[in-house]
Design a protein around this ligand. Structure first.
Ligand SMILES: [Zn+2]
Ligand SMILES: [Zn+2]
Length: 103
C-alpha cells in the first residue's frame, strides 16, 4: 500500500511526489489562482527567499509549495485535466487543508 492516494488513482509513498502530482493537475497555464491573482515563483527574488508574484514570500520551500497548492486547488477538487484530485488518505499532510476542508 502506498502512503498517499489521490481520487484519480494516483498513489505514492513520497509526500514530495504527491505534492508534485497536485501541482501538475492544478497549476494552470496562465498561473491564475482560484483567488483571481497570478501566482508563480519569481526568479529574481533574493537568494534566501522564495517569492511569489502575489507578494507572498517565505524562506521555506515546503511552505511555498503549500501556498501554490492552496491558491491553485479548486474548491471542488477538479484539476485542469477535468478529473477529481483529492487526497483520500488521512495520513496526507494536513497543511494542505489550512484554508478549507474540500472533502
Ligand atoms: Zn502567490
Ligand atoms: Zn490525482
Amino acid at each position: 500500500m502506498s502512503q498517499f492516494h489521490c481520487t484519480c488513482g494516483f498513489a505514492i509513498d513520497l509526500a514530495d511526489e504527491f505534492g508534485d502530482h497536485m501541482h501538475q493537475v492544478f497549476t494552470r497555464d496562465d498561473d491564475m489562482g482560484t483567488d483571481g491573482r497570478i501566482h508563480h515563483e519569481l526568479a529574481d527574488a533574493s537568494p534566501t527567499k522564495l517569492a511569489c508574484a502575489c507578494d507572498f514570500a517565505t524562506p521555506d520551500m515546503t511552505e511555498f509549495d503549500d501556498h501554490l497548492l492552496i491558491v491553485f486547488i479548486t474548491p471542488d477538487g477538479i484539476g485542469t485535466d477535468g478529473e477529481k484530485h483529492v487526497p483520500v488518505d488521512p495520513s496526507t499532510p494536513d497543511r494542505w487543508f489550512v484554508q478549507e476542508d474540500f472533502r
